[in-house]
Design a binder for this molecule. Structure first.
Ligand code: CA
Length: 531
């Protein structure tokens, strides 16, 4: 595809140098139409909650279709495991220190290069439907319908091309999908190729499943991870973090209403606000009050049973197990809404004849803890949140039922899409096109290790010490830079995939440690990371 650009470039020169530019050309290529792009992203979706990766927790038949009919990336990672920075890395193809969106607190600079704008300039019709969470309105979209902030699970508010609209009635995953389908229909009728970001809110906290999925939800029971009761030996930053299921909000997270628990004992990662727990509880009560009468009728029996169960387990040795089940029921219930709705979109691509020439990407802005280390949330460079799902279907060029084990990153997505669209990849981009991998050919010089960095200040949500690190196929070295937590962790992922045994002082791994420290310094230099 890329040589075509040189052709365009040549004609541009001809046009600029001629006084009456009427070149006789057939410069519109006719061989293979440029692919459409449907980029589906969910929020906080762990690989373990997609059955294409593992069926231990949930069956996701629609999401699995993307992997079954395309490629599943088993080693897909983010560069900074938190929502808005990951979205910025995806849009810009650059790490946080270059695109400037280092944490959830600072503002994304909307005046910088993004791949949607590059595709728009190359003739694509571009749209964003759903959650973007970047505060600033991104450029480069012909049509933009974004959730306001984090958005609510029910009756959400959208911004349409800059104007905030009234609250809508219904379930957010479904409403986003209704808009996505309407946009796809407009795209199908247009001459030009399209690129649509169809970005879900679910399964972001506080996980409220669709009313149609509430019956039977409280009877579901999930296996506990072996390290649900992690005691964090040798991992001081992990011990300090406030993201344990044991301390989740009983109200906001577990859905226990005031009448069953007037004094929520949870800290929920929000104690940096003096009245954090109170605010979060109030937020939950507001969500319940904002339900329509029909939605409230569906929710009330569910809330009553939860409240009674809480009163039975509170303070007993069954409390943590109950909290874990309660968390997974809601989290996986929210994943189900994404799966159902993605199915509607895939069906439409089939019915409309768009499927063959549309690249479908499914990913998340990062992974998530589903009880591993006793946690929910993300941020740490440990596997569950360092990883993110990635599946790509493109029948015209990617073989069905293929797997890839190479180390790939969220910053690779922008160059990949430009590559397929025949648009020149700017040299400043820090990711690499996955197109060769998707064609089944990993280049000999493909990366062998990856750099990671988490920046958000400790005095904010979840109290996570700042850190950076390097991971290769087998080992991971993490360096904590936060005052009071300075130090290293080293894990052998082959023998300790759950990352419980910090072997930084193990003489057996002295060589590995030295090598990874060298790689960390080299990668920082390569990626222009300031000290
Ligand atoms: Ca997220």
């Amino acid at each position: 595809m890329r040589p075509r650009l040189f052709v365009y470039g040549f004609f541009l020169l001809v046009i600029q140098s001629c006084s009456s530019p009427t070149p006789e050309t057939n410069d519109e290529p006719t061989e293979i139409p440029r692919p459409n792009i449907l980029f589906i992203m969910s929020d906080d979706h762990a690989q373990r909650a997609i059955s294409a990766y593992t069926d231990e927790l949930i069956h996701t038949p629609n999401l699995d279709r993307i992997a079954d009919e395309g490629m599943l990336f088993r080693n897909s990672f983010v560069t900074n495991s938190i929502c808005a920075p990951s979205r910025a890395a995806i849009l810009t193809g650059k790490y946080s220190h270059i695109n400037g969106k280092i944490d959830n607190l600072n503002k994304f600079n909307p005046d910088q290069w993004t791949f949607p704008e590059a595709l728009q300039q190359a003739g694509y019709r571009t749209s964003l439907i759903g959650k973007h969470h970047l505060q600033a309105l991104p450029r480069g979209f012909d049509s933009f319908r974004g959730l306001v902030g984090q958005g609510d699970y029910y009756n959400p508010k959208f911004v349409l091309n800059g104007d905030t609209l009234e609250r809508e009635t219904g379930y957010t995953s479904t409403i986003i999908t209704d808009y996505a389908l309407a946009e796809l229909k407009r795209n199908a009728a247009a001459e030009q190729p399209f690129m649509m970001l169809y970005w879900h809110k679910a399964p972001h906290r506080n996980w409220m499943p669709d009313t149609s999925d509430l019956p039977g939800l409280l009877d579901k029971h999930y296996p506990e991870p072996a390290n649900l009761r992690d005691e964090y030996s040798g991992r001081a930053a992990a011990e300090h973090a406030d993201m344990r299921i044991a301390n989740m909000f009983v109200s906001h997270d577990h859905k226990v209403t005031r009448e069953y628990e007037p004094n929520d004992p949870g800290t929920g990662g929000a104690t940096f606000w003096e009245d954090g727990p109170q605010r979060m509880a109030e937020n939950f009560y507001r969500q319940i009050e904002n339900l329509t009468p029909d939605q409230q009728r569906a929710y009330q029996p569910f809330l009553d049973r939860i409240g009674k169960e809480w009163q039975e387990v509170k303070g007993t040795d069954r409390e943590l197990s109950w909290r874990y089940q309660r968390y997974l029921q809601d989290y996986l219930g929210s994943v189900k809404s994404v799966d159902d709705n993605v199915g509607r979109v895939l069906d439409y691509l089939d019915e409309s004849g768009l499927a063959e020439n549309t690249i479908v990407i499914y990913t998340s802005d990062q992974g998530f803890y589903l009880g591993e280390h006793g946690w929910y949330d993300k941020r740490f460079m440990y596997e569950e949140s360092h990883r993110t799902p990635l599946m790509v279907r493109y029948p015209a060029a990617v073989d069905a039922e293929t797997d890839n084990d190479d180390l790939v990153l969220n910053v690779d997505l922008a160059p990949t899409l430009l590559d397929y669209a025949g648009v020149d990849i700017p040299v400043e981009l820090q990711g690499a096109s996955l197109r060769p991998l998707l064609s089944g050919e990993t280049p000999d010089d493909w990366r062998e290790d990856i750099y990671y960095r988490y920046y958000q200040q400790m005095a904010s949500f979840h109290r996570v010490a700042r850190h950076e690190g390097v991971r290769d196929e087998r080992y991971k070295l993490i360096q904590y830079t936060e005052a009071g937590f300075e130090g290293y962790e080293l894990f052998d992922l082959q023998n300790d995939p759950a990352e419980m045994d910090n072997r930084i002082d193990d003489p057996e791994l002295e060589e590995v440690k030295t090598r990874l420290l060298g790689r960390l310094a080299d990668l920082k230099e390569e990626l222009k990371v300031p000290d």
